[in-house]
Design a protein around this ligand. Structure first.
Ligand SMILES: [Zn+2]
Length: 152
């Protein structure tokens, strides 16, 4: 493993919590997201929530786009074998999330949507706060779980 990747992995894995406290504002926006379904509404709320989280974490803001396109998927033997709700591009500080499921084209369940948004934002946090190559370590999922829990 490359030296930098190894350092990123260790730091990601041992950082089990985010270092900031959730504000009433973030909590309120999150509660509103859990009542939402429509793409424009989710776009506005997502921008507000991520702006607030970046403020709390004291990192650069991230651009977020919520799309009404169906999520990308690949079919094998008639079943969805891969699902991609969203992604984060660190070089341009950009998060993309599709608001619709692959098969039925319905809006993502609110909890799934919020979890996806926070997942992608955690990659931004890793990149700008921890200053590591973000990856899916056990520590990453512990931090994400803590953030999700605190927002509910
Ligand atoms: Zn990820």
């Amino acid at each position: 493993m490359h030296m930098f990747a190894n350092r990123s992995y260790r730091k990601s894995n041992r950082t089990k919590k985010v270092h900031f406290k959730i504000s009433e504002l973030a909590y309120g926006i999150s509660a509103e997201i859990l009542q939402s379904s429509e793409v424009d509404h989710r776009q506005r709320l997502s921008t507000e929530l991520l702006d607030e989280l970046c403020d709390l974490a004291r990192i650069d803001i991230v651009n977020v786009e919520i799309s009404s396109a169906k999520q990308h998927h690949r079919r094998s033997k008639g079943r969805v074998s891969m699902r991609q709700y969203g992604y984060y591009k660190p070089d341009v500080r950009y998060i993309y999330i599709t608001n619709h499921t692959a098969v039925r084209g319905q809006p993502l369940a609110a909890k799934t949507f919020l979890n996806t948004l926070l997942h992608e934002w955690m990659h931004h946090y890793d990149t700008h706060k921890l200053k590591i190559n973000s990856m899916h370590t056990k520590g990453f999922y512990l931090r994400l779980g803590q953030l999700e829990k605190n927002l509910r």
